[in-house]
Write a protein that binds this ligand. Structure first.
Ligand SMILES: CC(C)(COP(=O)(O)OP(=O)(O)OC[C@H]1O[C@@H](n2cnc3c(N)ncnc32)[C@H](O)[C@@H]1OP(=O)(O)O)[C@@H](O)C(=O)NCCC(=O)NCCS
Length: 393
């Protein structure tokens, strides 16, 4: 293991850094698989609770196992009160992703099994995280608007309860089911930047909350989970634009990126985007808000045309492109779109953290420690001569 592989690959594209049994992507064919099951199959037939169980345990639950697991999550929903008390003191302009990230060490402080590093204890930590993140996002949104957080409704599903805690009214069943499907679609995606961040942090034997805090930070960036909020910003800016294709062309001429398009792995349409596109169309019709679908498809068509002309025919919509109008029509503001990604991806993060901690896909745990090529100032191995500030030129 002392051997150094002398390959430099900035951004680690195409570099395999570990084995995993959790998910698989074929970027050329547009295939995404969780624990053996295609995403299409899970999006159509499964639920977020069932998919989460699958990611954490490696197999689909039977009816009793699913019932027990779902109840464990419901019973863990209550967010410790001191968190909400401190939220009242935080600046209301605080970005929801920062609030989410800052909440993680606070949750860690009250986890009774924090320092117990067995698989079972980590599953319990995962259950608490999965259960509590939605309540935190909803509570922050209400507190920043001068409203009080709402208690969870134990009769509602994970997605429906989030919408209730956010809006203070019981959601339409179809919309709650659609949000549940969105959570399934976003739950895992192999070694994406945030998952890798989680795994890298826990490879030091840090606890699960520290790993997840790193994942939330990585997800907040606009090249990763932050893209959906940027897509919505673009849609709102273009709401009354007559020449959408012209706008797209100009954007690209100025070296700007079209948010929600392109992917580090998929070189064809992202399999998740197909579901979200259909959902955006259906919700638009249901809610009389067809304009968002119309506008999104105009941008998609204009961009694909322009990318083709530029010799980049593989840049297609990714998961963030149509999730933005979908969430907007569900009444979710732009800056909560990335936190919603997080309340889904927490399932994958926890599964990967457990796999990493317990070396479930490799021989034994290993600390990530890549090398970097030093290209800075160099005066030889003896180092440069230190001169006091007064004589420095
Ligand atoms: C996701 C993303 C970072 C992946 O890119 P990548 O495969 O790593 O490749 P690069 O960032 O190096 O881009 C490769 C080329 O395609 C272009 N490109 C990729 N996505 C683009 C986009 N959305 N708009 C405009 N150009 C794009 C880049 O400008 C680059 O062109 P160049 O070689 O002439 O410089 C990139 O597609 C992107 O920035 N997309 C927009 C943000 C987004 O939606 N992120 C969510 C991802 S799920």
């Amino acid at each position: 293991m002392n051997e150094t592989v002398r390959v430099k690959n900035i951004g680690l594209r195409g570099v395999t850094v570990a084995d995993t049994k959790i998910s698989f992507i074929d970027g050329e064919q547009g295939v995404l698989i969780y624990r053996g099951f295609r995403i299409e199959e899970l999006a159509q037939h499964s639920s977020f609770m069932e998919t989460t169980y699958l990611l954490l345990h490696g197999v689909l639950p039977d009816r009793d196992q699913l019932e027990v697991f779902s109840q464990q999550v419901v019973q863990a929903r209550q967010v410790p009160g001191f968190l909400y008390e401190s939220f009242h003191e935080w600046p209301r302009e605080g970005q929801p992703m920062d609030v989410l990230q800052a909440s993680l060490p606070m949750l860690a402080m009250v986890d009774p099994e924090l320092s117990v590093e067995t698989r079972e204890a980590n599953i319990l930590k995962a259950i608490r995280l999965i259960a509590r993140l939605p309540g935190i996002v909803a509570a922050w949104h209400r507190i920043r608007k001068g409203l009080e957080p709402l208690p969870s409704d134990d009769h509602l599903s994970h997605a429906a309860n989030f919408l209730w805690q956010l809006h203070g009214r019981k959601p339409d069943e179809e919309i709650a089911r659609d949000l549940d499907t969105c959570l399934v679609l976003h739950a895992d995606h192999t070694f994406n930047a945030s998952t890798f961040a989680c795994r890298e942090v826990v490879s030091t034997q840090a606890h699960m909350y520290a790993g997840v805090a790193a994942g939330v930070g990585a997800l907040s960036g606009s090249l990763h989970g932050g893209a959906n909020a940027q897509v919505m910003k673009m849609l709102l800016e273009l709401e009354f634009e007559k020449d959408v294709a012209g706008w797209v062309k100009k954007q690209l001429e100025h070296g700007q990126r079209i948010m929600g398009m392109g992917h580090a792995v998929y070189k064809t349409t992202d399999p998740r985007a197909k579901f979200l596109k259909e959902m955006a169309y259906r919700l638009g019709k249901k809610l009389g808000q067809e304009k968002w679908f119309r506008l999104s498809s105009q941008i998609e068509e204009g961009a694909i045309e322009e990318f083709k002309k530029r010799g980049q025919p593989t840049i297609k919509p990714n998961v963030d492109f149509y999730s933005a109008p979908v969430y907007y029509m569900m009444g979710i503001p732009g800056d909560l779109m990335t936190p919603i990604f997080a309340i889904s991806r927490i399932a994958g993060w926890c599964a990967h953290i457990i796999e990493e901690k317990f070396a479930e896909a490799q021989e034994k745990p290993a600390l990530y420690r890549p090398k970097a090529e030093y290209v800075g100032n160099y005066c030889g191995l003896m180092g440069c001569t230190y001169e006091p500030p007064e004589v420095r030129q």
